[in-house]
Design a protein around this ligand. Structure first.
Ligand SMILES: *Cc1c(COP(=O)(O)O)cnc(C)c1O
Length: 375
């Protein structure tokens, strides 16, 4: 992280200070009120709970500081992605989405956008830098892609999209606004699932859209009000709390992921190892240039579905769950959801366990299932 990023984290932690009166609570209060005192409509900060409420304001302020952008909070990552796509598209428009990205985004394209007359084109992340954007209204990227961990050069792609007249929407879930800032690199909108590392404790679904065009962000806000895709105040509270420790958690998670990935690279029974922090990884050079960390996701293949499942079951410090970015290291075979990866491909989300304890457990489980560990 550079000095500017550190300053943003510090500002985020103190974002409430300027607005506090003497004796007021340091921590924002969860307001459950759906209605607000309105003897007249002029000058009201809040009108009705679906339009806005204080706990959303607090989270949007935090995320806005991290991203230098206007932020609209949503009840899940998919709600944020839907808002960005539906607001950007209309019948007859064309959208390019990654064929190897988060699978529910592809489902949304196929089952929800296409029936309204939107033409959805799926392109592998690695082919997007050379794809022809002519005639596309939106180029939607996810970098690194989930679960394959391929990346695109966001600045180069955004510049090309701009020339073609296409809006770039970037799913920044895997990196978070602390490690990667697509808006600085030319993306028009960022979407993210704060369900993952920002909330960080596997106990809240949340998402957001951010952007720097006030007119476009006004449309996103209006989408939330009109469709009613509104986050709950308690979830917003949990995300507000999670964001306060995001930088600390990410630091541990990324450092541990680097250690685990380097050691996995020395295990003969492992193939297809992917971690952008490994100098030999295809994503290394671009990630180094456009992000301030390599993330906490590792991909690798064991010999078979059976060996991968046995490994996950044998390791006491891996929770077998979908999702990532939590405090506990989590792993799963992505092929079980139909992702286009080898049957033995495991996505590991490194948690905040002390790295050596985690590695001891991982290496013991690898030995137990017959993936050899080199001495
Ligand atoms: C999890 C995830 C989403 C969806 O987020 P939800 O909060 O589960 O709706 C979208 N994109 C990516 C890359 C994700 O990992």
């Amino acid at each position: 992280m550079d000095d500017l990023a550190r300053a943003r984290v510090a500002r985020m932690l103190h974002h409430r200070k300027a607005g506090l009166g003497v004796g007021e609570p340091i921590v924002p209060s969860i307001s459950l009120s759906t209605s607000f005192h309105l003897p007249q409509t002029q000058g009201a900060t809040h009108i009705y709970g679906r339009n806005g409420q204080p706990m959303w304001d607090a989270v949007e302020a935090q995320l806005g500081i991290l991203e230098d952008a206007e932020v609209v909070a949503f009840p899940s990552g998919m709600a944020a992605i839907s808002a960005a796509l539906f607001v950007s598209l209309k019948a007859g428009a064309r959208v390019m989405i990654p064929s190897d990205g988060y699978y529910v985004t592809r489902l949304l394209g196929r089952d929800m956008l296409a029936p309204y007359g939107v033409e959805v084109t799926e392109v592998p992340t690695l082919e997007m830098p050379t794809a022809d954007f002519t005639g596309f209204s939106v180029v939607y990227i996810e970098t690194p892609s989930n679960p394959g961990l391929d990346v695109v050069d966001i600045a180069a792609l955004s510049a090309r999209a701009r020339v073609a007249g296409a809006r770039v929407i970037a799913d920044n879930t895997t990196m978070t606004g602390l490690l990667q800032r697509p808006l600085d690199l030319g993306a028009d909108l960022v979407v993210a699932a704060d369900t993952k590392a920002p909330a960080g404790h596997s106990d809240a679904l949340f998402g957001h859209v951010s952007g720097r065009d006030p007119v476009l962000m006004g449309r996103i806000r209006e989408w939330r009000r009109q469709t009613g895709a509104v986050p709950g105040p308690f979830e917003a509270f949990l995300v507000h709390r999670g964001l306060e420790t995001l930088e600390l958690r990410l630091e541990r998670m990324c450092a541990s992921a680097q250690i685990i990935a380097e050691r996995l690279a020395a295990v003969p029974g492992i193939r297809g190892l992917r971690y952008p922090g490994l100098p030999g990884d295809p994503a290394h050079a671009i990630t180094r240039r456009q992000a301030s960390g390599f993330g906490f996701l590792i991909g690798f293949e064991l010999a078979s579905e059976a060996q991968a499942e046995a490994f996950l079951a044998a390791c006491p410090f891996i929770v077998q769950a979908t999702s990532f970015g939590g405090t506990h290291t989590a792993g799963e075979r992505r092929a079980r959801w139909g992702d286009n990866v080898a049957p033995g491909y495991i996505r590991l989300s490194v948690g905040i366990e002390p790295a050596e304890a985690l590695w001891d457990a991982v290496s013991a489980a690898l030995t137990e299932v017959g993936a050899q560990i080199r001495a």
